[in-house]
Write a protein that binds this ligand. Structure first.
Ligand code: ADP
Length: 322
């Protein structure tokens, strides 16, 4: 099956149009379309979905929590476990569902790219687990997976020195390019996946497959830093938008609570249910005032607006039951 729809052969080395632009129309130093969101998996402590080109990747974080099997635990620090998996339906050909060497290697390099930004020494005897599922693969999944894992860790509230971003540079038809797509990855001359620690622009993962001169490599790094910065801004937006949403929800909740506490007569059922252990008010006190007395009187005087015409009965004091 052809890698790209159309007339290209799977190993057709052509990665540029006649006008010199890339097959998908990108400039040499341009990343593929990128979007991300956090908090996408309800049962995870933190999660993220990254769409990078045709890649669609979920990351879910759990922990710090107990290590199983126990003998794997380290008494002086926590351990990070990363499980990268590519779904059987993620590529054109059917991929075997059994975990393979490539997945194990990518799990290891992602772990090593993330460890430097975590404070694992703060979690002795514990583990943080990151599960990564590549739902659709389009080249550069290790980089996009690292970007997703970093976001999921931040979403889980796990302290980090910095977010990290994965992006690759490479070479195809003697041109240095940023963020290789699936075809460029497969038929290009070189592929340099890298993970950038955004705080200080250090590199926590660097792999190199192919041939590039020192000058080409230098240009490749410039492209990587530029691409990483573009992706980083999207990561920040995704995190901010989640916390804006939470803060809006908290504001609405506070308004509801304020309404509830200032309009006690409306809540007579709730309030009388909430204090079942208090002695009943005298029989001549209307039912709604029983609610008022048990809830409002001990705290503050009854407000003008809700003040009953007759004084509220004495609040039952603790110990009155006895
Ligand atoms: P990366 O995804 O990090 O670039 P590779 O260079 O190993 O890692 O893979 C390049 C691309 O090849 C993947 O993104 C995916 O689209 C495709 N690919 C990887 N493994 C398989 C497989 N078993 N079957 C089909 N396509 C695969």
């Amino acid at each position: 099956m052809p890698i790209l729809k159309g007339t290209e052969e799977p190993h057709d080395p052509v990665c540029f149009k006649e006008d010199g632009s890339r097959l998908d129309g990108r400039a040499l130093d341009e990343i593929r379309s990128f979007s991300c969101e956090v908090g996408v998996i309800k049962n995870a402590q933190g999660s993220a979905l990254v769409r990078h080109g045709g890649n669609q990747i979920y990351a879910a974080v759990y922990g710090p929590r107990e290590v199983h099997p126990r003998h794997m635990a380290k008494p002086d620090r926590g351990i990070l476990r990363v499980y990268y998996r590519m779904c059987t339906f993620s590529v054109h050909e059917r991929k075997s569902p059994a975990p393979n060497r490539r997945e194990n290697e990518i799990s290891k390099v992602i772990r090593e790219a993330l460890e430097p930004v975590l404070f694992l020494e703060a979690y002795p005897d514990s583990q943080i687990e990151i599960y990564i599922e590549v739902v659709a693969a389009d080249g550069g999944t290790r980089c996009a997976s690292t970007t997703a894992a970093s976001l999921a860790l931040a979403d889980a509230g796990i302290p980090m020195k910095s977010l990290v971003v994965g992006v690759a540079a490479g070479k195809a038809q003697d041109k240095v390019i940023l963020d290789l797509g699936d075809k460029e990855d497969k038929v290009g001359q070189a592929d340099v996946p890298a993970v950038v620690v955004m705080k200080d622009k250090t590199i926590s993962l660097l792999q190199f497959d192919g041939e590039m001169t020192a000058e080409e490599m230098e240009l490749g790094f410039k492209y990587i830093l530029k691409g990483a910065e573009d992706i980083y801004q999207k990561q920040l937006e995704a995190l901010k938008s989640k916390y804006m949403q939470i803060s809006d929800e908290v504001k609405i909740e506070n308004v509801e609570v304020a309404k509830h506490t200032s309009a006690v007569p409306e809540t007579k059922e709730a309030s009388s249910e909430a204090v079942p252990a208090t002695p009943k008010a005298p029989v001549d006190v209307p039912a709604e005032k029983q609610g008022e007395s048990s809830e409002k009187v001990p705290e503050t005087p009854v407000s003008e607006a809700s003040a009953p015409e007759t004084p509220a009965p004495e609040a039952p004091k603790q110990g009155d039951d006895n």
